[in-house]
Every structure is written in C-alpha cells, then in structure tokens.
Ligand binder design. Structure first.
Ligand code: CP
Length: 363
C-alpha cells in the first residue's frame, strides 16, 4: 500500500517553492517510485515502460469476469476523492472508471460553490479536510501549483495521502501525457515504439498543458524529433523550449502546417485554450483555420502515421476524418482509463500482485 512520503517533510515550503520542476520531481516520488503524480518530470524511461506494460496486462486481465473480480479486490479498502473545480469529461470519468475497476469507493467536489470554500475556507484547509476521509485525492484546478502545494501540506500533516494532478492551470496534465505515450507506444508497437519518431504538435501550444507534459515525456525516448506548428501568438513558451534544449532534443517551431504534416509519425492537434483569455474573444482570429486538419490533409499523412487529440475538439479535426484508421483519438481516450488504473495500482504498490496474477493466469 502507499506509504508515507518522507522527503517533503525534510524541506520547508519556502525552500521547496524556489525549486524548479526538475528539482521538485524527486520529492514527489518515494524510493524512486511515484507517490504523488504531479509532474511529467517524475517519470523516467523505465517507469514509463513499466506503466505501459502494466496497463496492457491490466486490460487483458479485465477481459474475464474472474480477472475483473481480482482487480476489484485490490483496492476495495481504499477511498478516493475527486476535487475537480475546473470542467472535465474524459479525465474525471476515466479516473472514476479506473478507481471502480480497482474497487475503490469515490466521492467528489466538482464545484467549489458547493463546498465550504464558499464560506471562506482556504483551498489548503479544504484539501486537508478531504484527506481526513479519503486515501487519495485526484485534483484538477485552475490555480497554478496548487496540487504541488497540497502535496507538501499533506506530507507535513497526519494524513500524508497521495495526490494526482488531473490538470493544473496552464502548467501540466501529466496523466494525459501518460495516456498519450501509451497510445504512441501501442500504435508503433511493430515499428520500434516511440523511439526515433517525429511528433508534430499543432494549435495552442502556449497554453495547452497536455502539450507541455507530453513534450517533456517524449524527451525520455531516444531520438524523438518534436515539431511545433502554431500561429506566433500560440507558439511554445520559452520555458518548454529550454527543457527541450537542455535535454538535447531536436525540435523546430513553424507556422506552416501543411509543410509538416508529411514529416510526422504522429500529429497531436489541440484546441485554442480560450478559457485563459484575459478579454473574452481575444483568441478568435480567422488565421487559426490554417491549422485545422481537414479530410484533404489525409492524403498528406504518412500511411503509418497517427492523428491524436486530447479532446475536447472543436473544429481542429473535421469530423469526417474520424473514419480514417489513422484517427487515434477515440482509442487514445480509452487508453486513458487503463493507464490511470496502472498508475493508481503503482501508487498503492499493488502492481507486483497484478503482474503475479497475469503470469499465473495469462502469461
Ligand atoms: N483531455 C482532457 O483533459 O479532457 P477533459 O478536459 O474532458 O478531462
């Protein structure tokens, strides 16, 4: 079972707050194993490989009634709290389904207006309150760094339970990146996996937290080239570019969508994140249409290439493209549930039990 994470006790919040993501990441792991899942930087290549293999084993186990009963027995003594104060369909529901697969009981707060925050309670006190009743918190927030702060707060409390970041402001969405990597690995299973591939990101790369997290995870693979295609105002932020430079990754920024489509093994489309606009409608400019994937672009797409999107989608991918076998976004969504089961099983250290079951019954 998940054990007390001690490292965060050894550092004051003031000291911790000064650290960059690379320096923070090890504090969220315990003996090299993920405890809080808050940053893409926490996952090295062996951890990613283990997680993907575990997700695949779990989905095979879940195909039989006996297998599902086994999975549901693993964490039926644990309770999970979903604290989602920003809208979500996929992340929320796939986490709900993942926890159900593992037998966990769940409750949620999906609107701060229904919690005592409306009476002036701080978010810190709210989260500490949740930790009194639950064994894990999955949270999405528009407040930058809140999940990390809460991890520190809980580590220094009587109930140091794990926190999973299900989307944090414009910072990161690490579990989306995990499911994206899993989708890429599965799609290129017979083509050497993610290593050596070229990934094209398109859309609002400045504010898209899924792009930031996936771009970091891709640095863990060998010789992956990253292309970023967007209007200048939505181009990748300098801090993300710095991460790529420091990792020695080959990457290019461009405004020319059609030039890059034939170069990519995977295209990762994203929507304009206009919920972050300072003035309503500020992002609405007609030039974004040049960055939409239309049916006519299918002929430019390499035969083995895949088209991804974290969703929700607006006009970034024409609906008629959905029929093409290279459209991977619906499978990507389902992969999210399995990878989240694998992540929770890893956090609560029942991954070895899963692997033993797999070897005995399906290996
Ligand atoms: N991909 C994703 O985070 O979707 P939701 O906002 O619906 O959770």
């Amino acid at each position: 079972m998940a054990e007390k994470n001690n490292r965060l006790v050894d550092i004051s919040w003031k000291e911790f707050d000064k650290l960059g993501p690379n320096e923070r990441a090890p504090y969220f792991n315990d003996n090299g194993r993920v405890f809080h899942a808050l940053l893409a930087q926490q996952f090295d290549r062996p951890a990613l490989d283990r997680l993907c293999d575990l997700a695949t084993n779990i989905r095979k186990i879940a195909k039989s009634k006996e297998g599902m009963q086994f999975l549901q027995s693993l964490l039926n003594h644990k309770r999970v709290m979903f604290y989602f104060t920003q809208p979500s369909s996929r992340t929320y529901l796939s986490f709900c389904a993942a926890c159900k697969i593992l037998g966990m009981a769940a409750a949620d707060v999906r609107d701060a207006a229904t919690s005592s925050e409306m009476k002036g309670e701080s978010q810190e006190d709210s989260v500490r309150t949740f930790s009194s009743y639950f064994d894990m918190i999955v949270m999405r927030s528009k407040t930058s760094g809140l999940a990390e702060k809460m991890a520190w707060v809980l580590a220094n409390s009587e109930r140091p339970i794990p926190i999973i970041n299900a989307g944090s402001a414009q910072d990161q969405h690490p579990t989306q990146a995990l499911l994206d990597v899993y989708t890429l690995e599965r799609s290129f299973e017979h083509l050497g996996g993610v290593d050596g591939k070229s990934i094209l990101f398109v859309g609002d790369l400045k504010r898209g937290r899924t792009v930031r997290s996936l771009s970091i995870l891709l640095t863990k693979f060998r010789e992956v080239t990253q292309f970023f295609v967007a209007p200048k105002r939505f181009q990748l932020k300098p801090d993300s570019q710095k991460i790529l430079k420091e990792a020695g990754v080959t990457f290019e920024l461009s405004g020319n969508f059609e030039r890059y489509v034939p170069k990519a093994d995977a295209i990762y489309m994203t929507r304009v994140q206009d919920e972050w606009d300072k003035k309503p409608g500020q992002s609405r400019k007609s030039d974004i249409v040049k960055y939409h994937f239309k049916v006519r672009h299918l002929r430019l797409l390499r035969p083995h290439a895949i088209l991804m999107h974290p969703f929700p989608r607006r006009e970034e991918i024409e609906v008629d493209v959905d029929h093409d076998p290279r459209a991977m976004y619906w499978r990507q969504m389902r992969n999210g549930m399995w990878v989240r089961v694998a992540l929770i099983a890893t956090i609560f250290q029942c991954d070895t039990e899963v692997l033993a079951y797999y070897r005995k019954h399906l290996g």
